[in-house]
Design a protein around this ligand. Structure first.
Ligand code: GTP
Ligand code: MG
Length: 151
């Protein structure tokens, strides 16, 4: 089953939005398979955002990600990479639709509270960067037969 990497950034953690954000993924029907609270180093943040290293905000972004606790998670489900991004909303919260996490809970692009992998390949890379294989928990949830239906 498809997996994606989701992180609540330091602003989301500090603002007490962990439960609110997890709840949106849970209620949708996605399954949590890994979770940990960590304070990444700046070098680690640079690895995570390596695609953006030429952008003017790269240094500030990496300083910010490494400034405080990050709640790192892996979520599993059909279409979770693409739909996870829909739940999150557009990068700039001024452009995120109401009803999305960033649309409802954030105001500026530099403090948009959550990260989600932007495609299946990135998701695999990010899951591997943030988690060891043994930190991923495979299990069957009782809700699955109601979420997906069974014949
Ligand atoms: P992530 O899920 O965090 O990767 O966001 P994204 O995929 O929606 O956007 P992108 O990967 O392009 O940018 C990564 C992060 O850099 C964003 O979430 C923002 O926090 C930050 N960012 C992007 N564009 C800007 C910008 O123009 N200014 C500032 N200050 N930050 C930006
Ligand atoms: Mg991105």
């Amino acid at each position: 089953m498809e997996r994606t990497f989701i992180a609540i950034k330091p602003d989301g953690v500090q603002r007490g939005l962990i439960a609110e954000i997890i709840s949106r993924f849970e209620r949708k029907g996605f399954k949590l398979v890994a979770i940990k609270l960590i304070k990444p180093s700046k070098e680690f943040a640079q690895k995570h955002y390596h695609d953006l290293k030429e952008r003017p905000f790269f240094n500030g972004l990496c300083d910010f990600l490494s400034s405080g606790p990050v709640l790192a998670m892996v979520w599993e489900g059909e279409g979770v990479v693409t739909y996870g991004r829909k739940l999150i909303g557009a990068t700039d919260p001024q452009k995120s639709e109401p009803g999305t996490i960033r649309g409802d809970l954030a105001v500026v692009v530099g403090r948009n509270i959550i990260h989600g992998s932007d495609g299946p390949e990135t998701a695999k890379d990010e899951v591997n960067l943030w988690f060891k294989p043994e930190e991923l928990v495979s299990y069957t949830s009782n809700a699955e037969k109601w979420i997906y239906g069974v014949n």
